[in-house]
Design a protein around this ligand. Structure first.
Ligand code: TNX
Length: 542
């Protein structure tokens, strides 16, 4: 009788797991169009095969892995000519007619076929993410996949998330996990902030001291901020990524439709460079150390000096970076460059005079122009923080605006393509609550609804008909107070989810209440499945 009971229980459980899926639109970010067509559901089980056009061979493998991890369904990939199998199939189709926009996909399920059509890899990956959201988040033997027709494409061309690995470095496995998070949310860009005052994190063959010296500081923790006491210990802290590791990440991201934009932050935020090569600073005779504190350095030199050696260095370093990252953009930083060291240095002043540069702002822009020139020779376009516009020497750089609407409008009026990344609300290092016991953060209060309600196109810009200059937006994750992957996850979830909908979904379709419902139905189980930390109290603080 015991055996019978177990068998009964087991079948009841399997039956429960086989329940139909997909009839409700719980998808995040919300798609353009979702229709439950009500035809006979598609049965997916271990006999189902994945059939992919040649363009999507790697995405077929990616889907295979996702299905195995999420549903314990180990499907075979069949050759493209095996379209006439007796069993159900998931088809990844290269289509440029119906999928007539970049990153667009169609997901259709009916008869024995689930079909995803897309014109490019990113579109195919987005279709795969939607499919995975419609499948049960548990092991199944078989699933009846309800018939749907989803037509979907993004609102913005640039949808980015940034991660600062200088203030704290993260293991390669977490970088991959982070890219998986981005792919799930239909972002298409990972901005990798690889260098800063607190550590240089990228192997450069021509200048080995960048990683031998510049990747290490004398404390695990960094501080201080306002009333928060500086926290130090005396542990040597640091690390860097080798070129092989970077290639692995770039490849991993590409399969998932994500482009990696590396940032090498110059001419300010360069303490790690100066610690390794003091000859590139305005005080070559001084020994500088990789920074243990953070903030804008006025008293501590972190600015490159305009010497022939420095420009040679920059050309070589950016050359190696350009060769390593296949994407069209390289981010050259350009933010928060302190001018006092240039003002105090007679050699720098002489350089400015000789080159007709009126002031230090023009010198800053001169640096950007030089580096843009090196990168143009390598067929790369430049992205820089909005301060690179200060010097009024024209560049064609894409502006990443961490200021407000005002700076965005100014950049667009000067005919620059703009990526909006305003501190409020797109800095995810800010607090999500006003709870005094909340984990240490900076910049005050930046709750979920502020992120959700953000519009990357300021109204005034729309009126000026300059909205075409807004390429998209990005969430930034500065890690001064994020010493572990779990802390990063806690800070970004669910705000990253809110941003994904800002960037993907037509504003007319957005609804914060419905979004919160989907956080509960779709995201919370997903965070648990991933084993990821997240901010649980978001309802109280919106
Ligand atoms: C400003 S905004 C910075 C970063 C800090 C961040 C802290 C910008 C381009 N630079 O160096 O980490 O504030 O939120």
């Amino acid at each position: 009788p015991r055996f019978v009971l177990f068998t009964l229980l087991f079948s009841a459980l399997t039956f429960w797991c086989q329940g139909q899926t997909a009839s409700v639109n719980n998808i995040v970010p919300k798609p353009v169009s979702f229709i439950a067509t009500g035809e006979k559901p598609v049965t997916l089980n271990k006999h189902t095969v994945i059939v992919a056009d040649a363009a999507y061979k790697q995405q077929a493998e990616y889907l295979q892995e996702l299905l195995l991890n999420q549903c314990n369904l180990g499907l075979a990939i069949a050759a493209p000519d095996a379209r006439k199998t007796r069993h159900s199939r998931i088809m990844l189709v290269h289509d440029t007619v119906e999928a007539n926009r970049p990153e667009m996909y169609w997901l259709e399920a009916g008869g024995p076929v689930v079909r995803i059509k897309a014109r490019d890899v990113a579109g195919m990956v987005h279709g795969i993410q939607t499919l995975m959201q419609l499948l049960p988040l548990q092991k199944v033997k078989e699933v009846k996949f309800a018939t749907v027709e989803v037509k979907d494409y993004p609102r913005f061309a640039y949808r980015g998330m940034h991660l600062d690995v200088s203030r704290h470095i993260f293991p390669l496995d977490f970088i991959k996990k982070y890219i998986d998070y981005l792919a799930f949310h239909k972002f298409n860009t990972f901005h990798w902030h690889l260098t800063d005052d607190q550590g240089w994190r990228l192997q450069i063959d021509s200048y080995p001291k960048l990683t031998e010296v510049g990747a290490w500081r004398n404390s695990t923790l960094i501080g201080h901020f306002k009333d928060t006491p500086a926290r130090y210990d005396s542990t040597r802290y640091g690390g860097f990524y080798t070129k092989d590791q970077v290639r692995e990440i770039v490849k991993y991201a590409a399969v998932r439709g994500i482009n990696v934009v590396p940032e090498i932050d110059i001419p300010g935020h360069s303490r790690a460079i100066i610690a390794a090569y003091p000859e590139f600073s305005t005080r070559p005779d001084t020994v500088w150390q990789v920074a243990n504190t953070w903030g804008m350095y006025n008293r501590q030199n972190n600015v490159l000096a305009p010497t022939p050696g420095t420009f040679q260095f920059l050309e070589t370093v950016f050359g190696e970076v350009a060769d390593l990252f296949p994407g069209e953009y390289v981010h050259i930083g350009g933010d928060e460059c302190s001018k006092m060291w240039w003002k105090a240095d007679p050699k720098t002043q002489a350089f400015m005079k000789a080159n007709g540069l009126k002031d230090e702002k023009e010198l800053q822009t001169y640096f950007i122009k030089q580096v843009s020139g090196y990168l143009a020779k390598k067929n790369k376009k430049v992205i820089g923080w909005h301060e690179i516009l200060e010097g009024h020497l024209d560049t064609t750089a894409v502006i990443m605006n961490w200021g407000g609407a005002k700076q965005g409008i100014e950049a667009a009026q000067r005919r620059h393509t703009v990526i909006m990344s305003p501190g409020k609300p797109l800095y995810f290092d800010a607090y999500q609550s006003k709870d005094p016991k909340d984990s240490l953060a900076i910049h005050g209060y930046n709750p979920l609804d502020a992120v959700y309600n953000f519009n990357p196109v300021p109204a005034e810009l729309q009126q000026l008909r300059l909205d075409k200059y807004i390429l998209g937006a990005q969430g930034n994750v500065w890690t001064e107070y994020m010493g572990s992957p779990a802390k990063v996850e806690y800070m970004v979830f669910p705000r990253m989810t809110a941003l994904s909908e800002v960037l993907w979904t037509d504003p007319k379709q957005k609804d914060f209440e419905d979004f919160k419902r989907r956080i509960k139905t779709t995201m919370i189980p997903r965070f648990s499945f991933w084993g990821s930390a997240y901010f649980k109290n978001f309802e109280r603080w919106t």
